[in-house]
Design a binder for this molecule. Structure first.
Ligand SMILES: Cc1cc2nc3c(=O)[nH]c(=O)nc-3n(C[C@H](O)[C@H](O)[C@H](O)COP(=O)(O)OP(=O)(O)OC[C@H]3O[C@@H](n4cnc5c(N)ncnc54)[C@H](O)[C@@H]3O)c2cc1C
Length: 401
């Protein structure tokens, strides 16, 4: 049952969260010291063989957080939130990370991309049914936007939906669908009217990923994991009540999801966690890189880039100017990838060939997975070039080329 007695004062709320997490820790935090052979450090989640148990554990953790009232502090009270702020969400994320709770990457897309679209645009019944299910971990969500022929030019998607009575029949192919193989629901951007301009002909639907006609095929990544998928939609029926937003308003809904995706990737649930920064700092001190003048310059660049990202992320919690608000997600994402690039340069410089060859020395080769994942973050949620276009055209009002 949701607890609604959480205090809104941030310090008191942090204390309240510590109490709640302390109660859940014996069930969800692995006992004893971390496994010394498991020094894994990743920038993009890599679900590997045998991840089912891990995902089941993450779902139960999410349900326990929800039932304790702290799964979604900034969410509306009627859907299990506390009606507080993004700063309160960050307190929970920090508490989870500090106490060693498992990361909830399998839920990232559902909570940070699909749920905001439902919250702001869906009909009330879908909001009531799906938001609670996503926030409780009862359902996992995925984002069905990109297609083999439509990535950066997302408005050109060709997956089509044709009306048939109270249903729509969806046919087409999506690709790069993170967590598609785990998902119960997918947010699908589709063409409902091919006769109007490309942006105006789009609508958004919430697709049941277990419905007949949905086929999901995993894609193996260069880091070894397989968190991506191809998704084939072959005559999939979706009731009109599962439309998110008005007919022809799919582009607006997609932008709600993309803005949230880009901002949250740069926040507490993104790849630049306190855990990563702590591991980096331990590495630098252990190898005494901070005593080397060559490394000192790179350490300074890294610290500055991380600080800039954190400062901007703090601003985004409330005080972006009205003019910059629509592009805040793009600015944050660019600052995040810049900070990640500086970390990669630092790790490469201090580890040298130990990054490429596993000599069995802990905390060295483990960084290879992190380094190999960073290029993907220059693409995910829209490439760097697209973020620059958004900032230039929508933020600064510069002309299109
Ligand atoms: C880790 C990861 C997770 C992802 N998860 C999902 C997901 O869950 N769901 C989903 O739908 N998609 C997902 N994607 C796909 C992602 O959104 C696309 O890869 C991205 O939008 C780029 O599209 P594309 O790969 O088709 O590249 P393209 O659009 O073909 O771009 C190729 C190159 O051309 C450049 N370019 C294209 N247009 C312009 C322009 N107008 N101006 C300047 N340069 C331009 C691009 O910047 C890029 O360098 C994911 C991608 C990654 C890497």
């Amino acid at each position: 049952m949701t607890t609604l007695s959480a205090p809104s004062d941030l310090a008191a709320f942090a204390e309240y969260v510590r109490e709640q997490l302390g109660r859940l820790a014996p069930t969800f935090v692995p006992e004893g010291a971390a496994d010394p052979n498991d020094d894994r450090i990743a920038s993009v989640e890599e679900l590997r063989e045998g991840h089912e148990e891990e995902v089941a554990q993450v779902r139960s953790l999410q349900a326990a957080l929800f039932d304790a009232g702290i799964a979604w502090p900034s969410g509306p009270v009627e859907f299990g939130g506390l009606g507080l702020t993004a700063a309160h969400d960050a307190v929970v994320e920090a508490g989870l990370s500090d106490l060693g709770f498992p990361a909830r990457d399998a839920l990232f897309v559902g909570l940070n991309i699909v749920a905001p679209a439902i919250r702001h645009h869906a009909q009330s019944q879908i909001r009531a049914d799906e938001l609670t299910a996503l926030y409780r971990g009862d359902k996992i969500g995925c984002q069905l936007f990109s297609e083999p022929g439509s990535g950066s030019d997302l408005a050109s998607v060709s997956t089509k939906a044709v009306r048939d009575g109270d249903d729509w029949v969806i046919t087409g192919q999506k690709v790069w669908t993170s967590m598609g193989h785990l998902a119960d629901v997918g947010e699908a951007l589709v063409r409902t009217d091919p006769t109007v301009s490309k942006h105006a002909g789009l609508s958004m639907f919430l697709v049941d990923m277990h419905a007949p006609g949905v086929t999901v095929r995993p894609i193996r990544q260069m880091t070894g994991g397989a968190a991506f998928n191809e998704v084939f939609l072959d005559g999939v029926r979706v009731p009109d009540s599962h439309r998110i937003g008005e007919l022809g308003e799919g582009w607006r809904v997609a932008n709600t999801s993309l803005g949230s995706e880009r901002s949250t990737m740069s926040g507490a649930s993104g790849p630049l966690t306190p855990y990563v920064l702590e591991r980096l700092s331990v590495l630098v001190r252990r190898l005494e890189a901070d005593a080397d003048p060559v490394h000192q310059a790179q350490i300074a660049r890294t610290v500055a880039a991380v600080a800039a990202m954190r400062a901007a992320a703090g601003l985004s919690a409330g005080s972006w100017s009205h003019q910059l608000e629509p592009v805040a997600g793009s600015v944050l994402k660019m600052l995040m990838v810049r900070a990640l690039d500086e970390i990669v340069r630092l790790v490469q410089a201090v580890l040298g060939e130990r990054l490429g060859i596993d000599h069995g020395e802990p905390d060295t080769f483990a960084w290879a997975e992190f380094v190999l994942g960073v290029p993907a973050l220059h693409l995910a949620g829209g490439t760097d070039e697209i973020q620059r276009n958004v900032i230039a055209q929508r933020g600064l009002g510069l002309p299109r080329p």
